[in-house]
Design a protein around this ligand. Structure first.
Ligand SMILES: Nc1ncnc2c1ncn2[C@@H]1O[C@H](COP(=O)(O)OP(=O)(O)OP(=O)(O)O)[C@@H](O)[C@H]1O
Ligand SMILES: [Mg+2]
Length: 236
């Protein structure tokens, strides 16, 4: 179980997170939703040790992650797929995956094959530069690069950004399957509340750095007030 406890983060005078508390259980998808500037990216960056909180802590299976170096947090099993995807364009698909596999001290071959089985298109494109991939393929590569290290926790920052609705639906489907089949803990940050709520178990809604809701995804999806004021889901 990974969780954050009373987490507050500030960038100078800008308070990005205010006493944020929630837990994300294994084998479940916890969606973190909210408008631009709500603090979603800051939350993931704090969990993975890239930003130091002013107060509060992050814990994983009884251990405190706060104060540890980002590399150590990766080694403890937390993989972060950042906003903008974090793949190296000049490297081929396979080189990007090999980088992801480096923290596992075992031959990369079987690990690569496992990812190619999961995302067949990456196998077909293995010698191609990552820069030549489509947006959806690049998102798959970013996820495969995180997964190849066999993390316990997967932090995804807006994986659907810039993808067509159909590609987003496929991607959400793969996230759902992965989470269930590997007992992976997924924290899914999305502005696209609708597609995230379809696959998430629980949703945490942030507004100006505060948690305004933490409830089963179906409940959040039905809540008119949350939908209108905090999630910008205006539809007939
Ligand atoms: N490095 C930084 N320095 C100063 N302020 C920052 C920094 N990063 C983020 N902020 C501010 O902190 C707040 C939260 O930003 P954050 O990126 O976490 O929001 P977000 O919910 O991910 O938004 P988006 O949906 O647009 O990605 C915003 O007001 C933002 O301007
Ligand atoms: Mg963000």
């Amino acid at each position: 179980m990974i969780g954050v406890e009373s987490l507050s983060v500030a960038y100078g005078a800008v308070q990005a997170l205010r006493e944020v508390t929630f837990e994300a259980p294994p084998g479940r998808i916890t969606a973190v939703l909210g408008a631009n500037g709500a603090g979603k990216t800051t939350l993931l960056r704090t969990i993975s040790g890239l930003v130091a909180p002013r107060e509060g802590r992050v814990h994983l299976g009884g251990e405190t992650l706060t104060g540890r170096a980002p590399e150590e947090i990766v080694r403890l099993g937390v993989a972060h797929v950042p906003e903008g995807r974090g793949v190296i364009g000049e490297f081929t698909v396979e080189e990007n995956l090999r980088l992801g596999a480096m923290i596992r001290r075992e031959p990369a071959g079987p690990l690569l094959e496992e990812q190619y089985a999961l995302f067949p298109v990456l196998g077909e494109r293995r010698r191609q530069g990552a820069v030549t991939l489509s947006g959806g393929e690049r998102q798959m590569l970013a996820m495969a690069r995180a997964l190849i290290a066999r993390p316990r926790v997967l932090l995804l920052d807006e994986p659907s950004l810039g993808l067509a609705p159909m590609v987003t639906a496929q991607l959400m489907h793969s996230i759902r399957d992965l989470c269930a089949s590997r007992e992976l803990t997924v924290i899914l940050v999305e502005q696209n509340a609708k597609s995230a709520l379809r696959i998430a178990d629980t949703a945490v809604v942030l507004y100006l750095g505060r948690v305004v809701a933490n409830a089963p995804a179906e409940e959040v999806a039905r809540d008119e007030r949350l939908r209108q004021y905090y999630l910008g889901m205006v539809e007939s």
